[in-house]
Design a binder for this molecule. Structure first.
Ligand SMILES: Cc1cc2nc3c(=O)[nH]c(=O)nc-3n(C[C@H](O)[C@H](O)[C@H](O)COP(=O)(O)OP(=O)(O)OC[C@H]3O[C@@H](n4cnc5c(N)ncnc54)[C@H](O)[C@@H]3O)c2cc1C
Length: 453
């Protein structure tokens, strides 16, 4: 029996499984689809995600598929320069999500169980029973990473409050049989407004459209080559001709978030926990950061040394981060509406974002580098993660009783770094308190407590 089941083998579920395995747990990912995804929703990785993937040795397998290093991000199409951000990776990596997922999946010890759509979940005091692909699986815990339409969320009736979709967008990857010279030849940031044409590798183009026809057709209508042709002709004139439609879907601007990231022995992560308009390149990155925040906390819980409240700190730390992204993407969505008043606000915001402070604050937010969990002292990019998922204490002697959870290293700057890369203690008094707060009591007192009981 695995320690943890993960529903959904998208990037979030795969990275959660990787983190849990790194900490020594047995994990089984249950994935609905029979084969790994070859089509990608997301096309970019923000700097904080790049840092995390590099730290875990996952970036090397992704790099051959990188199509562009974008000098920044964008706020509703308004370019935001990243070049002075405090990171070894001050750029967005233009890479298709399928390659990110494949790189993580390749490093899992236990292969993903495919053709295994979760259809039932029951939990009791000792564990969770999940029915997937007609089989029952039992584990102590379940990570629900089964995407924006999460079956687990529906089965458990988890509250998912937010704002409904007001408009519908079409996304498709196509080949173009003909196109005007110069059109869609460079990787670039999406232009202002809800629509763009972006070249991908292998002669493919990504098309995103939100015209009148898309609003009339609604979310469930199948996408046809005719609809795409009409949209592209309207945007780029008669010289453009759709060849093959390789993949197409529709999405909207609903912004919702689960009320509690923890539901007993079930923890929500990624799109299963939050959905929003995919503008500004935030969703994939949110999911990856959920996974690294959750992994070590759940591993400590399974191992029995998690201090009280550690697992719940997953909700406390990650819910506000996604809530802020929902706010940001809702604002960005409004700025993309081709309405004179929205365009007036856009002009004002564009001016404000040209000022140094506003630009930097927005860059820190979009890049994920600005995440500052209240009880931590920022991230430590110069302290590589411990390969076995332990915390790292740099430049200070480790008090007795924590060596199973904390690796020590020499260094001039004393810091205690959590397994997700955030600094829990930054020198001075309070090392023992920080160790107990994040990693539980020293082994001696565990033994004493057991003896006393
Ligand atoms: C058009 C578009 C463009 C986007 N662009 C970007 C971007 O540039 N940058 C960015 O950061 N984000 C972007 N996003 C958002 C990003 O794609 C998502 O946030 C990301 O895919 C979330 O990953 P996930 O693993 O949480 O969910 P998903 O990728 O949805 O993975 C969920 C997995 O669960 C599986 N599953 C579903 N139901 C079940 C079930 N019942 N049982 C078992 N398995 C199940 C699915 O098959 C899937 O493999 C974009 C989204 C869209 C729609």
């Amino acid at each position: 029996m695995p320690d943890v089941l993960v529903a959904g083998g998208g990037p979030t579920g795969l990275l959660a499984a990787f983190e849990l395995e790194r900490a020594g747990l047995d994990v089984l990912v249950l994935e609905r689809d029979a084969r790994p995804a070859t089509q990608s929703k997301a096309l970019g990785l923000q700097p904080r995600s790049v840092e995390v993937l590099a730290d875990r040795g996952l970036l090397a397998a992704i790099e051959p598929h990188v199509e562009a290093r974008l000098p920044g991000g964008h706020f509703s199409g308004i370019p935001i320069d990243y070049s002075d951000l405090p990171t070894p990776f001050p750029f967005q990596l233009g890479v298709e999500q399928a390659y990110v997922a494949a790189a993580i999946e390749a490093r899992l010890r236990t292969p993903v169980r495919r053709d295994a759509a979760v259809t039932a979940v029951e939990q009791d005091a000792d564990g969770v029973t999940v029915t997937a692909g007609g089989h029952d699986y039992r584990a102590g815990w379940l990570v629900a990473a089964d995407g924006g339409h999460s079956t687990v969320r529906t089965l458990l009736g988890a509250a998912f409050p937010g704002t409904p979709a007001r408009f519908s967008l079409l996304v498709a990857d196509v080949t173009l049989a003909r196109k005007p010279a110069g059109l869609g030849e460079d990787w670039q940031l999406p232009s202002a407004g809800p629509g763009f044409l972006l070249p991908l590798s292998g002669g493919r183009h990504r098309v995103v459209v939100a015209g009148e026809e898309q609003q009339r057709l609604g979310r469930d209508a199948p996408v046809t080559a005719g609809e795409l042709q009409r949209a592209l002709t309207a945007a780029h004139g008669p010289g453009i001709e759709v060849g093959q439609v390789l993949w197409a879907s529709r999405f909207g601007d609903a912004a919702r978030q689960v009320e509690r990231y923890r539901h007993g022995r079930v923890l929500y992560a990624g799109d299963a926990a939050h959905v929003h308009l995919p503008i500004g390149g935030q969703g994939l990155n949110l999911g990856l950061q959920d996974a690294v925040n959750l992994g070590w906390k759940l591993a400590a819980q399974v191992r029995g040394h998690a201090p009280g409240g550690l697992l719940d700190s997953y909700h406390d730390e990650r819910h506000p981060v996604a809530a802020r992204v929902l706010l940001s993407t809702r604002a960005q969505g409004v700025l993309g509406i081709p309405d004179p008043d929205a365009m007036a606000v856009r002009e004002i915001i564009t001016g404000l974002l040209a000022t140094a402070d506003a630009r930097r604050a927005t860059a820190l937010e979009l890049s994920g580098l600005g995440i500052g969990y209240p009880a931590t002292f920022g991230r430590a990019t110069d302290v590589p993660a411990s390969p076995d998922g332990r915390a790292v204490l740099v430049g200070a002697p480790l008090p007795e009783g924590w060596a199973d959870r904390v690796e020590t290293r020499d260094g001039p700057r004393p810091r205690l770094v959590r397994p997700d890369g955030y600094v829990a203690w930054a020198g001075g008094p309070g090392l023992d308190t920080a160790l107990e707060q994040w990693f539980g009591p020293p082994v001696e007192s565990l033994v004493d407590t057991a003896g006393a009981a």
